[in-house]
Design a protein around this ligand. Structure first.
Ligand code: ZN
Ligand code: ZN
Length: 334
Protein backbone atom coordinates (compact mmCIF):
# COMPACT_ATOMS: atom_id res chain seq x y z
CA UNK A 1 0.00 0.00 0.00
CA UNK A 2 1.00 3.64 -0.47
CA UNK A 3 2.04 6.19 2.14
CA UNK A 4 3.21 9.77 1.77
CA UNK A 5 6.06 10.51 4.09
CA UNK A 6 7.68 13.82 5.01
CA UNK A 7 11.31 12.71 4.69
CA UNK A 8 12.75 16.03 5.80
CA UNK A 9 11.50 19.62 5.81
CA UNK A 10 10.27 20.63 2.36
CA UNK A 11 10.21 17.10 0.96
CA UNK A 12 7.41 14.55 0.58
CA UNK A 13 7.96 11.07 -0.88
CA UNK A 14 5.30 8.59 -1.95
CA UNK A 15 6.49 5.21 -0.74
CA UNK A 16 5.30 1.61 -0.77
CA UNK A 17 4.89 0.18 2.76
CA UNK A 18 3.60 -3.18 4.06
CA UNK A 19 -0.05 -3.36 5.19
CA UNK A 20 -0.31 -2.90 8.96
CA UNK A 21 -0.98 -5.82 11.29
CA UNK A 22 -3.08 -4.65 14.23
CA UNK A 23 -2.34 -5.50 17.85
CA UNK A 24 -5.20 -6.89 19.97
CA UNK A 25 -6.34 -3.45 21.09
CA UNK A 26 -6.23 -1.89 17.62
CA UNK A 27 -8.49 -1.65 14.60
CA UNK A 28 -7.42 -1.03 11.01
CA UNK A 29 -8.82 2.09 9.40
CA UNK A 30 -9.12 2.70 5.67
CA UNK A 31 -8.35 6.41 5.31
CA UNK A 32 -10.82 8.40 3.18
CA UNK A 33 -10.10 12.12 3.75
CA UNK A 34 -7.43 14.11 5.53
CA UNK A 35 -7.75 17.76 6.51
CA UNK A 36 -4.55 19.80 6.42
CA UNK A 37 -3.82 22.40 9.07
CA UNK A 38 -1.20 24.77 10.39
CA UNK A 39 0.61 22.00 12.26
CA UNK A 40 1.16 20.15 8.97
CA UNK A 41 2.46 23.27 7.22
CA UNK A 42 4.83 23.97 10.11
CA UNK A 43 6.07 20.37 10.03
CA UNK A 44 6.61 20.61 6.29
CA UNK A 45 8.49 23.90 6.65
CA UNK A 46 10.61 22.54 9.51
CA UNK A 47 9.45 25.01 12.17
CA UNK A 48 7.44 22.58 14.33
CA UNK A 49 9.49 22.30 17.56
CA UNK A 50 8.40 18.77 18.69
CA UNK A 51 8.90 17.15 15.34
CA UNK A 52 11.24 14.44 14.14
CA UNK A 53 11.66 13.19 10.57
CA UNK A 54 10.82 11.09 8.66
CA UNK A 55 7.15 11.32 9.62
CA UNK A 56 3.79 10.48 8.01
CA UNK A 57 1.65 13.59 8.59
CA UNK A 58 -2.12 13.81 9.01
CA UNK A 59 -4.18 14.09 12.20
CA UNK A 60 -7.52 15.41 10.84
CA UNK A 61 -8.73 12.05 9.64
CA UNK A 62 -11.89 10.56 8.21
CA UNK A 63 -11.89 6.80 7.74
CA UNK A 64 -13.93 3.66 7.51
CA UNK A 65 -13.37 0.39 9.34
CA UNK A 66 -11.32 -1.88 7.06
CA UNK A 67 -12.61 -5.19 8.45
CA UNK A 68 -14.92 -6.43 11.25
CA UNK A 69 -12.98 -5.96 14.47
CA UNK A 70 -13.43 -4.99 18.14
CA UNK A 71 -17.21 -4.54 17.78
CA UNK A 72 -16.87 -2.41 14.63
CA UNK A 73 -18.23 -3.48 11.24
CA UNK A 74 -16.32 -3.17 7.97
CA UNK A 75 -17.27 0.02 6.11
CA UNK A 76 -18.54 1.93 9.17
CA UNK A 77 -17.53 5.62 8.98
CA UNK A 78 -15.39 6.64 11.93
CA UNK A 79 -13.24 9.45 13.24
CA UNK A 80 -10.06 8.65 15.16
CA UNK A 81 -9.21 10.85 18.14
CA UNK A 82 -5.57 11.46 17.17
CA UNK A 83 -4.25 12.12 20.69
CA UNK A 84 -3.20 8.78 22.10
CA UNK A 85 -3.42 9.13 25.87
CA UNK A 86 -1.99 6.62 28.34
CA UNK A 87 -5.19 5.90 30.39
CA UNK A 88 -2.96 5.17 33.41
CA UNK A 89 -1.90 8.55 34.77
CA UNK A 90 -3.67 10.81 37.27
CA UNK A 91 -4.65 13.26 34.51
CA UNK A 92 -6.25 10.54 32.36
CA UNK A 93 -8.07 9.11 35.38
CA UNK A 94 -9.55 12.57 35.99
CA UNK A 95 -10.90 12.46 32.42
CA UNK A 96 -8.48 15.08 31.10
CA UNK A 97 -7.16 12.80 28.37
CA UNK A 98 -6.47 15.82 26.14
CA UNK A 99 -3.57 16.94 28.34
CA UNK A 100 -2.17 13.55 29.43
CA UNK A 101 1.56 14.07 30.09
CA UNK A 102 2.32 10.95 28.04
CA UNK A 103 0.23 11.99 25.05
CA UNK A 104 1.32 11.01 21.55
CA UNK A 105 -0.41 12.76 18.68
CA UNK A 106 -0.80 11.01 15.34
CA UNK A 107 0.96 12.87 12.57
CA UNK A 108 3.13 14.70 15.13
CA UNK A 109 4.84 12.36 17.63
CA UNK A 110 3.87 9.17 15.79
CA UNK A 111 2.89 8.47 12.18
CA UNK A 112 -0.44 9.90 11.02
CA UNK A 113 -3.06 9.33 8.36
CA UNK A 114 -1.38 9.96 5.00
CA UNK A 115 -1.52 6.28 4.07
CA UNK A 116 -4.14 3.89 2.77
CA UNK A 117 -4.51 1.81 5.94
CA UNK A 118 -3.69 2.74 9.51
CA UNK A 119 -3.82 0.88 12.85
CA UNK A 120 -5.49 2.86 15.67
CA UNK A 121 -6.29 1.81 19.26
CA UNK A 122 -10.00 0.88 19.33
CA UNK A 123 -10.57 3.20 22.31
CA UNK A 124 -9.54 6.15 20.10
CA UNK A 125 -12.07 5.37 17.35
CA UNK A 126 -15.55 6.98 17.40
CA UNK A 127 -18.46 6.08 15.10
CA UNK A 128 -19.39 8.93 12.77
CA UNK A 129 -22.53 7.77 10.99
CA UNK A 130 -24.75 10.33 9.34
CA UNK A 131 -21.83 12.49 8.26
CA UNK A 132 -19.97 12.80 4.95
CA UNK A 133 -16.28 11.92 4.95
CA UNK A 134 -15.46 15.56 4.32
CA UNK A 135 -17.45 16.56 7.42
CA UNK A 136 -15.74 13.84 9.45
CA UNK A 137 -12.31 15.13 8.44
CA UNK A 138 -13.16 18.56 9.92
CA UNK A 139 -14.21 17.15 13.32
CA UNK A 140 -10.76 17.26 14.94
CA UNK A 141 -10.12 20.84 13.86
CA UNK A 142 -13.56 22.01 15.03
CA UNK A 143 -13.20 20.05 18.29
CA UNK A 144 -10.30 22.34 19.30
CA UNK A 145 -12.78 25.24 19.28
CA UNK A 146 -15.52 23.19 20.94
CA UNK A 147 -13.14 22.27 23.77
CA UNK A 148 -11.99 25.86 24.27
CA UNK A 149 -15.58 27.08 24.47
CA UNK A 150 -16.58 24.31 26.88
CA UNK A 151 -13.58 25.15 29.05
CA UNK A 152 -14.49 28.84 29.12
CA UNK A 153 -17.92 28.03 30.66
CA UNK A 154 -19.38 31.07 28.93
CA UNK A 155 -23.04 31.87 29.47
CA UNK A 156 -25.84 32.64 27.06
CA UNK A 157 -26.03 36.30 26.11
CA UNK A 158 -22.43 37.09 27.08
CA UNK A 159 -20.03 38.90 24.76
CA UNK A 160 -17.25 36.81 23.27
CA UNK A 161 -14.37 38.12 21.18
CA UNK A 162 -12.19 35.75 19.18
CA UNK A 163 -8.81 37.07 18.06
CA UNK A 164 -7.47 35.24 15.01
CA UNK A 165 -10.00 33.84 12.54
CA UNK A 166 -8.13 30.96 10.92
CA UNK A 167 -9.70 27.46 11.07
CA UNK A 168 -9.36 27.30 14.88
CA UNK A 169 -10.84 30.76 15.45
CA UNK A 170 -13.69 29.89 13.08
CA UNK A 171 -14.45 26.78 15.17
CA UNK A 172 -14.44 28.84 18.39
CA UNK A 173 -16.86 31.36 16.87
CA UNK A 174 -19.24 28.59 15.78
CA UNK A 175 -19.34 26.99 19.22
CA UNK A 176 -19.59 30.33 21.05
CA UNK A 177 -22.59 31.06 18.86
CA UNK A 178 -24.11 27.63 19.51
CA UNK A 179 -23.68 28.34 23.25
CA UNK A 180 -25.76 31.49 22.79
CA UNK A 181 -23.00 34.09 23.08
CA UNK A 182 -22.89 37.35 21.15
CA UNK A 183 -19.80 37.10 18.95
CA UNK A 184 -17.08 39.48 17.83
CA UNK A 185 -14.50 38.33 15.27
CA UNK A 186 -11.09 40.06 15.39
CA UNK A 187 -8.35 39.79 12.77
CA UNK A 188 -5.95 41.91 10.78
CA UNK A 189 -7.17 40.24 7.57
CA UNK A 190 -10.38 41.81 6.25
CA UNK A 191 -11.06 38.88 3.95
CA UNK A 192 -11.19 36.52 6.94
CA UNK A 193 -13.50 38.98 8.74
CA UNK A 194 -15.80 38.95 5.70
CA UNK A 195 -15.97 35.16 6.03
CA UNK A 196 -16.95 35.49 9.71
CA UNK A 197 -19.66 38.00 8.84
CA UNK A 198 -21.09 36.22 5.78
CA UNK A 199 -20.65 32.54 6.61
CA UNK A 200 -20.77 32.38 10.42
CA UNK A 201 -22.98 35.43 10.91
CA UNK A 202 -20.99 36.93 13.79
CA UNK A 203 -22.51 40.02 15.41
CA UNK A 204 -19.48 42.26 14.85
CA UNK A 205 -16.09 42.30 13.17
CA UNK A 206 -13.13 44.31 14.46
CA UNK A 207 -9.92 44.88 12.54
CA UNK A 208 -7.24 44.48 15.22
CA UNK A 209 -5.08 47.16 13.58
CA UNK A 210 -7.75 49.85 13.96
CA UNK A 211 -8.04 50.89 17.65
CA UNK A 212 -9.59 47.58 18.69
CA UNK A 213 -10.16 48.54 22.34
CA UNK A 214 -12.34 51.49 21.38
CA UNK A 215 -14.26 49.30 18.95
CA UNK A 216 -14.79 46.60 21.59
CA UNK A 217 -15.97 49.18 24.15
CA UNK A 218 -18.40 50.66 21.69
CA UNK A 219 -19.89 47.24 20.89
CA UNK A 220 -20.20 46.17 24.55
CA UNK A 221 -21.57 49.40 26.13
CA UNK A 222 -18.14 50.17 27.54
CA UNK A 223 -17.83 46.87 29.40
CA UNK A 224 -15.48 44.94 27.07
CA UNK A 225 -16.14 41.23 26.32
CA UNK A 226 -16.85 38.62 29.02
CA UNK A 227 -14.55 36.12 27.29
CA UNK A 228 -11.70 36.67 24.89
CA UNK A 229 -10.24 33.73 22.99
CA UNK A 230 -6.83 33.92 21.36
CA UNK A 231 -6.25 31.87 18.21
CA UNK A 232 -3.66 34.10 16.59
CA UNK A 233 -0.40 32.22 17.17
CA UNK A 234 1.19 35.63 17.78
CA UNK A 235 2.87 36.53 21.12
CA UNK A 236 2.25 40.26 20.51
CA UNK A 237 -1.44 39.63 19.81
CA UNK A 238 -1.76 37.55 22.99
CA UNK A 239 -0.21 40.33 25.06
CA UNK A 240 -2.65 42.83 23.53
CA UNK A 241 -5.57 40.52 24.27
CA UNK A 242 -5.19 41.05 28.04
CA UNK A 243 -6.51 44.56 27.44
CA UNK A 244 -9.62 43.32 25.63
CA UNK A 245 -11.05 41.41 28.62
CA UNK A 246 -13.80 43.01 30.71
CA UNK A 247 -13.83 43.13 34.54
CA UNK A 248 -14.41 39.65 35.94
CA UNK A 249 -13.80 38.19 32.50
CA UNK A 250 -11.71 35.41 31.02
CA UNK A 251 -8.88 35.10 28.57
CA UNK A 252 -8.54 31.70 26.95
CA UNK A 253 -5.29 31.00 25.11
CA UNK A 254 -5.96 28.42 22.42
CA UNK A 255 -2.98 29.00 20.14
CA UNK A 256 0.42 28.09 21.53
CA UNK A 257 3.48 30.25 21.00
CA UNK A 258 7.16 29.68 21.65
CA UNK A 259 8.64 31.41 24.68
CA UNK A 260 7.25 33.85 27.23
CA UNK A 261 4.28 36.14 27.21
CA UNK A 262 3.96 38.99 29.70
CA UNK A 263 1.19 41.23 30.97
CA UNK A 264 0.59 44.16 33.29
CA UNK A 265 -0.30 42.72 36.66
CA UNK A 266 -2.28 45.80 37.85
CA UNK A 267 -4.56 45.45 34.83
CA UNK A 268 -4.88 41.68 35.36
CA UNK A 269 -5.73 42.17 39.05
CA UNK A 270 -7.99 45.19 38.69
CA UNK A 271 -10.16 43.12 36.38
CA UNK A 272 -9.83 39.93 38.46
CA UNK A 273 -9.23 38.22 35.19
CA UNK A 274 -9.19 34.44 34.75
CA UNK A 275 -6.48 33.13 32.44
CA UNK A 276 -6.94 29.70 30.86
CA UNK A 277 -5.13 27.63 28.29
CA UNK A 278 -6.92 25.10 26.11
CA UNK A 279 -5.20 22.09 24.60
CA UNK A 280 -6.48 19.49 22.11
CA UNK A 281 -9.95 18.08 22.80
CA UNK A 282 -11.64 15.07 24.41
CA UNK A 283 -13.99 12.38 23.09
CA UNK A 284 -16.87 14.45 24.47
CA UNK A 285 -15.82 17.43 22.34
CA UNK A 286 -15.60 15.19 19.24
CA UNK A 287 -19.16 13.97 19.93
CA UNK A 288 -20.41 17.53 20.43
CA UNK A 289 -18.89 18.57 17.09
CA UNK A 290 -20.52 15.65 15.28
CA UNK A 291 -23.85 16.59 16.84
CA UNK A 292 -23.45 20.18 15.62
CA UNK A 293 -22.61 18.93 12.10
CA UNK A 294 -25.56 16.52 12.05
CA UNK A 295 -27.89 19.35 13.10
CA UNK A 296 -26.49 21.61 10.35
CA UNK A 297 -25.27 24.19 12.88
CA UNK A 298 -22.00 24.33 10.93
CA UNK A 299 -21.69 24.40 7.15
CA UNK A 300 -18.29 23.07 6.10
CA UNK A 301 -18.75 23.74 2.36
CA UNK A 302 -17.31 27.27 2.51
CA UNK A 303 -14.80 26.11 5.16
CA UNK A 304 -13.13 23.57 2.85
CA UNK A 305 -11.60 25.89 0.27
CA UNK A 306 -9.05 23.58 -1.43
CA UNK A 307 -9.13 19.93 -2.43
CA UNK A 308 -6.69 17.44 -3.95
CA UNK A 309 -6.13 13.72 -4.41
CA UNK A 310 -3.65 11.72 -2.36
CA UNK A 311 -1.15 11.47 -5.25
CA UNK A 312 -1.13 15.25 -5.69
CA UNK A 313 -0.01 16.04 -2.11
CA UNK A 314 3.75 16.25 -2.81
CA UNK A 315 3.31 18.79 -5.62
CA UNK A 316 0.45 20.83 -4.13
CA UNK A 317 1.54 21.20 -0.50
CA UNK A 318 3.98 24.06 -1.08
CA UNK A 319 1.30 26.23 -2.69
CA UNK A 320 -1.26 25.47 0.05
CA UNK A 321 1.25 26.50 2.70
CA UNK A 322 1.52 29.93 1.06
CA UNK A 323 -0.98 32.41 2.63
CA UNK A 324 -1.55 34.01 -0.79
CA UNK A 325 -3.37 30.79 -1.82
CA UNK A 326 -6.10 31.86 0.68
CA UNK A 327 -6.54 28.34 1.99
CA UNK A 328 -8.85 28.03 4.99
CA UNK A 329 -9.05 24.23 5.02
CA UNK A 330 -7.31 22.01 2.48
CA UNK A 331 -8.72 18.50 2.06
CA UNK A 332 -6.99 15.42 0.68
CA UNK A 333 -9.03 12.51 -0.77
CA UNK A 334 -7.94 8.88 -0.86
ZN1 ZN B 1 -4.97 20.25 12.92
ZN1 ZN C 1 -2.33 9.74 30.77
Amino acid sequence: MKAIICEKPGNFETIEVPEPTPSESEVILRIRKIGICGTDYHAYKGNQPFFSYPRILGHEISAEIAEDMAGFKAGEPVVPVPYLHCSQCKTCKEGKTNCCPNIKTMGVHIDGGMRELMPVPAMNVIRADGLTHEQIATVECLAIGAHAVRRSSLKEGQWVAVAGTGPIGIGILHFAQIAGAKTIAMDVNDERLEYCKNVIGVDHCVNALEEPINALKEITDGNLPDSVFDATGSPAAIENAFEYVGHGGRLILVSIVKGKISFEDPLFHAREMTLLSSRNATHEDFSNVMEALRNNHIDINPFVTHRCNFEEVPEIFESWSDPSSRVIKGMVSL
